[in-house]
Design a protein around this ligand. Structure first.
Ligand SMILES: Cc1ncc(COP(=O)(O)O)c(C=O)c1O
Length: 365
């Protein structure tokens, strides 16, 4: 085995996994059509819906894919002929628009500036002027900027207007509150390798039982037709296609670790306290956040690069010292950097990171 030094990953997934989770992957080889493996799949699915108290009427399926696969699966399987309104303020809202457009599904898009919060009044106006809208589609944590979108307020609109809510929870599930029963949540898509610290390549979709019961006559996907997965995972625990068996083992271990640690509230506190420490250090160095501090999720914060400092230089310095930071997307590519605080990392890593920021920015004054 090669002895490669492990970098500390401060990108928003894949995250550093514990040795315990990594070792679980090399412990067992499974045939995906044997009962030992199907028992594992069923166990993982039952653990996922226990993460949040309000998910008693929800069921999960796992799918071997990145987070986008789970989002595509959710939109492919549950959005049919009715019109949906996508609320967007970043890359991932726009990605959901692309998915629905290639499937020729009926949609409206309400687009806010990437720097801005979503505006509930504008969404309300949209709903008042088009009563054919039946669903709202939202990114919970917009990783483009680190903004935690106003899920409760959007959920209240869903209640008031009797709409279904479909959520991209890829970078929030397991670390931010999702009060499913208070927001008319129909389905949420998420990833094993972000807040839950599993291995990359496995994702899942949690949906209300009424969604699983509503299988359409005609599907707009094959690999992403989640009703097929549900029918099998719910009964014999198998899946229509070969699952990434080792990643399911890793996820099972990561869920044990997650529960032992205290669940989503403990993760929220941990990620947030790391983010606060980094933010305080950068603040002392005169580095400003991209959006107001109180608008961030626990998971990721974005910072403005001072004039004359290139992202590439900062990235190279950090990488040389064992830390992987993350670039901005789209128009933010050159002028921000992002720091995610997920993953199995040590408190001493955060202290070291802060001293590296001090060294770098003091030398680039
Ligand atoms: C909110 C959100 N949605 C979707 C994705 C896409 O996930 P993946 O890159 O695993 O396909 C990401 C990735 O960071 C994300 O943060």
């Amino acid at each position: 085995m090669s002895n490669i030094k492990q970098n500390t990953l401060l990108n928003p997934g894949p995250v550093n996994m514990s040795d315990r989770v990594k070792n679980r992957m090399i412990r067992e080889d499974f045939c995906h059509r044997e009962k030992e493996f199907s028992a594992l799949v069923k166990d993982v699915n039952s653990q996922i819906v226990k993460i949040y108290d309000g998910m008693k009427n929800y069921e999960s399926v796992i799918i071997s894919s990145s987070g986008t696969g789970a989002v595509e699966g959710m939109l492919t399987s549950f959005i049919h002929d009715e019109k949906s309104l996508i609320i967007s303020n970043g890359v991932y809202g726009e990605r959901m628009e692309r998915i629905l457009r290639v499937q020729n599904k009926k949609l409206e898009m309400i687009q806010f500036d990437w720097l801005d919060p979503i505006n509930i009044k504008s969404i309300k106006n949209c709903l008042d002027s088009d009563q054919s809208i039946k669903n709202l589609i939202l990114v919970h944590h917009e990783t483009t900027t680190g903004r935690l979108n106003e899920l409760k307020e959007v959920g209240q609109l869903c209640k008031d207007y009797d709409l279904g809510l479909y959520l991209d929870g890829v970078s929030s599930f397991g670390a931010e509150e999702i009060a499913a029963n208070e927001i008319n949540l129909k389905a949420v898509s998420a990833s094993a390798n972000k807040c839950l610290h599993g291995a990359p390549g496995l994702a899942f979709v949690v949906a209300h039982k009424d969604q699983w019961e509503r299988a359409p006559e005609k599907t707009s996907g094959v690999y992403f037709d989640l009703h097929q997965y549900y029918a099998m995972q719910k009964t014999d625990g198998f899946s229509p296609f070969t699952q990434a068996t080792h990643l399911v083992s890793a996820f099972n271990e990561a869920m044990l670790e997650f529960n032992e640690m205290g669940g989503w509230k403990a993760r929220n506190n941990l990620f947030r306290s790391r983010a606060e420490e980094i933010n305080a250090c950068l603040d002392r160095l005169g580095i400003e956040t991209l959006i107001p501090k109180e608008d961030y999720s626990s998971v990721l914060r974005s910072y403005q690069l001072p004039e004359g400092i290139s992202y590439e230089d900062l990235h190279a310095f950090m990488k040389k010292n064992g830390f992987v930071i993350y670039q901005g997307q789209g128009s933010f590519k050159k002028n921000i950097f992002r720091i995610s605080t997920m993953g199995h990392i040590k408190e001493s890593d955060i202290t070291l990171l802060c001293s590296l920021f001090e060294e770098f920015f003091k030398n680039h004054d």
